[in-house]
Structure formats: C-alpha cells, structure tokens
Design a protein around this ligand. Structure first.
Ligand code: 5GP
Ligand code: MN
Length: 331
C-alpha cells in the first residue's frame, strides 16, 4: 500500500520541486509529470521544474501546453537539481533509467522520491511510492488525488492522466484494465477529456518515415523456436539513416510480433549508436521482465527492455532468442 499521506505531506511542506522521468519517455511518463506539475501549481507552488534526460517525443508535445519541460543540460541545470527541496522521479524506479542525469540526481542532498508502478525496485531514493498493481503511474496519481483530496480533479489534471492510463493499458486492453480503470476513465472523460482527440494526437500522427521504418522492420521479421512461439525483428543504424528516422519512432513496433498466431514472445532488436536495445513483450504469464533482468534490463511482466552499451547486437541476438525460448517453454 502506498502511503499517500506521506506523499501529500512532502508536497505540502516543501517549496521547490524538480520532476523527472525515464529515458525515452512515454505518455505515462510525460503525462504523470504534467499532472504532478498541475497538482503543485494548484497548491500555489512557484518553483517547479521538469527536466528530462530525453527530449519529449513529438507526438507527446501536446501534453506540455506551457512548454515547461526542459531537456537536461549539465551546465544549465545541475544547480537547479541540487537546490530543489524535492526531487520526484516518475514512472521509473531504477537509477540507470536516468542515464546522463543519474549522477546529479543521486548527488542531491535533498528529499528524493519516486512514484512508479514497475517491479524490481532499486533503493536509491528516500521515499518510493511504488506499487506494481497499478496499471500506470498516472493511475497512482489519480488515486493519490482521490484518497487525499489534496486538490480538485480539474480538466488540466484529468487530461494528462487520461493520456497516461490510455497508453499504459494499451488503449484499455492489457490485463490490468479492470472495471475500476473504466470507472476512472469515465470520470476523466466527464471532466472534458476527448478520447478521440487524445488517441489521434498520440497514435495517428506518424511521420511517413516512421511507417516506412516499420516496413523495413517487418521485412526482417522471423519466427524462432521449436514451436515458433518467438517472433523478432531487427532495426539497424543504417535503417534509421536511410529514412531519417529515430529510435523513438520504434516505440510501438514490438507489439506487432504478438499479433501473429501462436506467438508468445515478441522481440525488437534496435542497434544504437553505441550498443543496442531490445524491447520485449509477452502474452499471459511469461515474465519478460525476468528474462530482461538476465541481461541487466527490466520492466513489467509483459513489457520489458534491455540496453547494452558495450556489446554487439549480432553476438547477443542468438543468446537472447535461446533464453526467450526457454521462458516460452517454461510458462
Ligand atoms: P520499451 O520496450 O517500451 O522500451 O520498454 C518497455 C518497458 O520495459 C518500459 O516500460 C520499462 O519499464 C522497461 N525497460 C525498458 N528498457 C529498460 C532498461 O534498459 N532497463 C530497465 N530496467 N527497464 C527497461
Ligand atoms: Mn508507466
């Protein structure tokens, strides 16, 4: 159980706040930052910064109406980060997810907290408000507002929370899409959120190059394993370069693997400028977070990731495929 009163006291009793989230932020990450920003504003707080290690993906810029989110620059922001009364990490609970902001975050002597719904917590903050039963960090924030009555659920707060919950439930189809979630969503819509508009802004504004990149990825798709339960795709740096596409263009590609009959684990290997990353998705009770953890990654039971900076993708692909088959057989 999250101690919402403790979180309430931290927000009420302090004056300056630094909000941040994980590398490659998604709509739960950005939506949760904006929601906390709006909560703090409603409490009359004047000094609120949102500083992220990655820039906001173009399809999520609409959530940042006031253009409050800044991209971390060590010379410009280190002092702000160190002097803020409270540092709030949203939608992650492992410090490596901060990448180049990790050190300055850890070096702060002020109050550090995380609000998150991932498993495998790392102990790097004073207070972790974490519960993996929640479908989204935005869902935790909704509960926080309801349970503490700290502020009113205005349209400005409902809007980013809707985006957070919609995306982290896979548009209301993943397992944690409970009746409660639909009641919450009903309330958010009653505050004036337009579901058609939010979906369109997040999912139906793809750059042409992104869809062409998806085409290249699908070309590489292979089935693997004795029972063909693994499907994987590979994107190389040359694909990004040829299409002027970006890593963040790939965010939903991995799911396509799971739309194939009989496939239980979907993998997307992405070559980075240094090293590579793997997105893992599974059906049912196959814990891809545990699979990812065997390679230093993590995440949720059905959605996880791995980043390896000092290794060659080609060398790892067969090893990760083999492990994936073991997991698909075991569960
Ligand atoms: P994605 O495949 O969308 O990048 O990531 C899916 C989920 O896996 C994310 O929500 C995040 O929780 C987790 N994840 C992705 N990459 C990493 C990583 O490098 N380390 C850890 N610990 N978790 C990751
Ligand atoms: Mn999330």
């Amino acid at each position: 159980m999250i101690d919402f009163n403790k979180l309430r006291n931290i927000l009420v009793e302090n004056n300056s706040f630094l909000l941040t989230t994980h590398v490659n932020p998604d709509a739960d990450a950005i939506g949760s930052e904006i929601a906390v920003y709006e909560i703090l504003k409603s409490l009359g707080k004047q000094e609120i910064y949102i500083i992220n290690t990655s820039s906001t993906p173009y399809n999520l810029l609409f959530l940042d109406k006031e253009k409050i989110i800044q991209l971390y620059d060590s010379s410009e922001h280190s002092e702000i980060i160190k002097s803020s009364d409270v540092l709030i990490g949203l939608d992650f609970n492992r410090s490596d997810r901060l990448t180049r902001m990790r050190e300055v975050f850890l070096s702060s002597q002020k109050v550090k907290v995380t609000i998150d719904h991932h498993q495998d917590i790392e102990d790097f903050v004073h207070h972790s408000f974490v519960d993996s039963e929640y479908c989204a960090t935005g869902h935790i924030l909704y509960d926080f507002i309801k349970k503490t009555s700290l502020t009113e659920l205005t349209h400005s707060i409902a809007y980013p929370l809707y985006a957070a919950i919609m995306t982290d439930t896979g548009s209301f189809r993943f397992e944690r899409t409970t009746p409660e979630i639909h009641y919450i969503i009903a309330e958010l819509i009653s505050k004036g959120v337009n579901p058609t508009e939010v979906y369109d802004k997040i999912y139906d504004q793809s750059r042409f190059s992104k869809i062409k990149l998806l085409g290249r990825a699908i070309e590489t798709m292979r089935l693997y394993g004795a029972k063909l339960q693994i499907s994987y795709m590979i994107i190389k740096q040359e694909d990004f370069q040829a299409l002027k596409a970006y890593e963040q263009d790939t965010d939903t590609f991995v799911n396509i693997n799971l739309s194939i009959e009989g496939v239980k684990i979907g993998l997307l290997f992405i070559e980075l400028k240094e090293g590579f990353k793997v997105s893992l998705r599974s059906k049912g009770n196959i814990p891809v977070n545990k699979l990812a953890a065997e390679f230093g990654g993590g995440g949720h039971i059905n959605a996880a990731g791995i980043r390896i900076h000092n290794g060659k993708m080609e060398d790892y692909i067969p090893i990760i495929l083999k492990k994936s088959e073991e997991y698909s057989e075991r569960n």
